[in-house]
Write a protein that binds this ligand. Structure first.
Ligand SMILES: NC(=O)c1ccc[n+]([C@@H]2O[C@H](COP(=O)([O-])OP(=O)(O)OC[C@H]3O[C@@H](n4cnc5c(N)ncnc54)[C@H](OP(=O)(O)O)[C@@H]3O)[C@@H](O)[C@H]2O)c1
Length: 344
């Protein structure tokens, strides 16, 4: 038996019906062995450093969402994070290595099946970036934009939830591809960030627009070639009216619908997809991790040469995770929402 230490955890107290509240989660302190117990071959024991707060977590907190497996009640929430290996019985991971991938919302985790765990290769870059630009959101932006939207120089690009973990990268990737890019976000501060720090050509506050269709016509008088959809609902409907011939729509997420997926708003103008020969396709990043090395080859030089920047919203302490998650759904986060559990 290894030494036992205390382990703060964020657990799911009850299944969420519609929108998530902090009281759906609670903090608990339990005990955990500092070493991998016998019989756990292939496991990795880690100290968690950073947690990635992501919108899809809400789906796993609900009881019946067909495309995701629900969390177990009274067990820690799980998700992406950055961790340090303290003990390993897995041939690919060694004690002392830094990793990112699936872990639990707790100080220490025994990861029994580390099939989504990657090594941190570039230790000169901020470790928290492996929850964002160098982790799942970065891969999401890369796969969605370059693989699904096939951008060409001079094309027009629109992205919703543009200041968030994924959206801010779409804008910057679009600029590196020579496109004209407009983003929408939910506050004046975020609109300023998009235009003044992240290099978007234009940006608007969707909460101040009565008529999305008219707003899009203002920014795209000749139409949209590429729409990177993070929000779904009425915005997606308005975009379809404004797509150009042979446009592409990457369906990445539908955060405006996550509180009530069972009664999500309909999109009533799909005929546009036919008459404009639009290619509209959904994707899950998890199906594309084989492209991670190719993605790093592209993105690391862009970061090092300061051709791309990344805005993070850092909350301190594991206790802040429930509030940080709730904040995603009202736009409290400015940039990628990260929780620091411990600094290395
Ligand atoms: N397909 C995949 O594999 C995959 C992977 C990662 C993420 N995603 C999806 O990508 C989208 C963005 O994720 P992210 O991690 O980058 O999150 P994020 O943008 O960092 O955070 C969520 C943002 O969504 C906006 N939002 C919240 N409620 C909204 C509403 N009702 N209407 C419009 N905007 C709303 C808020 O910004 P505002 O202040 O601008 O409203 C909030 O800050 C999500 O839909 C997520 O589920 C998909």
């Amino acid at each position: 038996m290894g030494e036992e230490i205390s382990n703060k955890q964020v657990i799911l107290s009850n299944y969420v019906e519609t929108s998530v509240k902090e009281s759906d989660m609670s903090l608990r302190t339990s005990k955990i062995q500092l070493k991998i117990p016998s019989g756990c071959d292939g496991a990795v024991f880690v100290k968690n450093l950073y947690l990635s707060i992501d919108p899809y977590i809400l789906g796993r907190m609900k009881k019946r969402v067909p495309y995701l497996s629900s969390y177990t009640l009274d067990s820690p929430i799980s998700g992406y994070g950055v961790s340090k290996v303290l003990d390993s019985s897995h041939p690919n991971f060694k004690t002392g290595e830094l990793v990112w991938g699936f872990t639990d919302w707790e100080e220490y985790s025994l990861i029994k099946d580390p099939n989504i765990l990657f090594k941190v290769h570039d230790k000169d870059l901020p470790l928290s970036y492996y929850t964002g630009i160098l982790g799942m959101p970065g891969m999401t932006a890369y796969v969605g934009f370059f693989e699904f939207c096939s951008p060409k120089k001079g094309e027009t690009v629109y992205v919703s939830a543009a200041s968030g973990a994924v959206g801010q990268l779409i804008g910057q990737f679009a600029k590196t591809a020579g496109c004209y890019v407009v983003g929408s976000a939910g506050s004046k501060e975020k609109v300023g960030l998009l235009k003044n720090k992240l290099g978007f050509d234009e940006a608007f506050n969707y909460k101040e627009e009565q008529d999305y269709d008219a707003a899009l016509k203002r920014y795209f008088p000749d139409g949209i070639d590429i729409y990177f959809d993070n929000v779904g609902g009425k915005m997606l409907e308005a975009v379809l009216n404004n797509m150009r011939l042979h446009g592409r729509v990457a369906l990445c997420g539908m955060i405006s619908q996550y509180n009530s997926l069972e009664q999500s708003e309909g999109v009533h103008n799909l005929f546009n997809v036919i008459i404009k020969r639009v290619r509209m396709e959904g994707f899950f990043t998890i199906d594309h991790y084989h492209l991670y090395p190719k993605f790093l080859e592209m993105v690391v030089p862009l970061i090092n040469e300061e051709k791309i920047t990344y805005v993070e919203d850092i909350a301190e302490g594991i206790e802040s995770a429930p509030g940080a998650l709730v904040g995603l759904f009202s736009g409290v986060n400015v940039g990628k929402q990260v929780v620091v559990v411990a600094r290395e």
